[in-house]
Design a protein around this ligand. Structure first.
Ligand SMILES: [Zn+2]
Length: 179
């Protein structure tokens, strides 16, 4: 089958394989919508390698989660250092896939990142950096300059944003915009 004929939204073999490996790896892939970067990632591997067994796919899922989470975490830690003036350590840690965690552990601060889609990973990483700065440095970050209240991470229209605790407004989370 030529690669151009492959459509991840309708390809039955792909969809069956996706269901199977996601169940085995305890992953929630999300809906097959256009913005689903995790399904696009699975589609790329399916066209390159066919129906990879779950234990071969697991380290690829783990590496991707580490890469995406690290990219967001570095930007957030940088921003937190600039805005608080604190020497905040880059607290990133991971453990390879094992029998306890089928796709390994990916940790930012004290939080385990479980998501697989980039916008969800970004939100989890935002919460994780915020929680770490609070636990370790007893500092609320980020803070809305208008209200003096903390922000929290929310997903709006597929994009990670900080929402002011007043509920009045949101700002984009610092990072590359989701493609
Ligand atoms: Zn505000």
């Amino acid at each position: 089958m030529p690669a151009s004929a492959f459509d991840p939204l309708t390809d039955r073999a792909f969809l069956a394989w996706t269901r199977e490996v996601c169940e085995q790896l305890q992953l929630e892939p999300g809906r097959a919508e256009e913005s689903n970067d995790f399904l696009a990632f699975l589609g790329k591997h399916f066209t390159l390698n066919g129906e990879l067994p779950a234990d071969h796919l697991a380290p690829l899922v783990q590496q991707r989660r580490i890469d995406v989470s690290t990219r967001w975490a570095r930007r957030l830690f940088d921003r937190a250092r600039r805005e608080t003036g604190l020497g905040i350590e880059e607290a990133l840690w991971s453990e390879p896939p094992g029998h306890r965690e089928p796709t390994g552990l990916t940790q930012v601060g004290n939080t385990t990142i479980l998501a697989v889609r980039e916008p969800d990973i970004a939100c989890e990483t935002g919460d994780a950096v915020q929680g770490y700065v609070m636990d370790r440095y007893r500092t609320v970050w980020p803070v809305c300059p208008g209200h003096g209240l903390g922000y929290h991470a929310v997903l709006v229209g597929g994009a990670p944003q900080w929402e002011c605790s007043s509920g009045a407004h949101r700002v984009p989370m610092p990072g590359e915009h989701h493609r």
